[in-house]
Ligand binder design. Structure first.
Ligand code: ATP
Length: 134
């Protein structure tokens, strides 16, 4: 049985990371799930949130802006709309995005504007939460 997992996180723009890890915990649409070596294969949708993984004693955190996960016994591939590791998050930008989204939420005139502002707010909150963990 596999002893490690190859974790790849890819966005339409770039490969965010490729690491051999011990465990991955990801924000599945139906709830957070953990993948250890030897996990049964499955595919799932990801929501906006935090992905974390561990290599030995060190844990790392990645903000994931939704996407898909493919879990295989020895590999987890994340196809994300956007993703940033904690150290790569621009906190000022995320705070500005959060303020913009809050204003847009308050001013929304229809459900479409409301949903778009709410999604932007969720992205900003996820980035700020992950940025705290570097
Ligand atoms: P903003 O309004 O600040 O652009 P956004 O939520 O609309 O935020 P996205 O569309 O999710 O941004 O991402 C666009 C690109 O910018 C992606 O490559 C993403 O990784 C990057 N990005 C967005 N916000 C940040 C941030 N705070 N720090 C680092 N990279 C970011």
């Amino acid at each position: 049985m596999a002893e490690k997992i190859l974790l790849d996180i890819v966005t339409p723009e770039k490969r965010v990371l490729s690491e051999t890890v011990d465990i991955v915990v990801a924000p599945g649409e139906d709830g957070e799930f953990g993948a250890l070596p030897g996990h049964i294969p499955f595919l799932c949708k990801l929501k906006v949130g935090e992905l974390r993984f561990r290599i030995g004693a060190s844990s790392r955190h990645v903000a994931i802006m939704g996407g898909y996960a493919e879990v295989l016994p020895d590999r987890v591939t994340i196809l994300a709309t956007a993703a940033e590791e904690a150290a790569g998050i621009d906190v000022m930008r995320a705070k500005a995005a959060r303020e913009r989204a809050e204003r847009r939420l308050a001013d929304a005139r229809d459900t479409l504007e409301f949903a778009s502002a709410q999604a932007a707010l969720q992205r900003a909150i996820a980035r700020l939460k992950v940025a705290e963990k570097q």
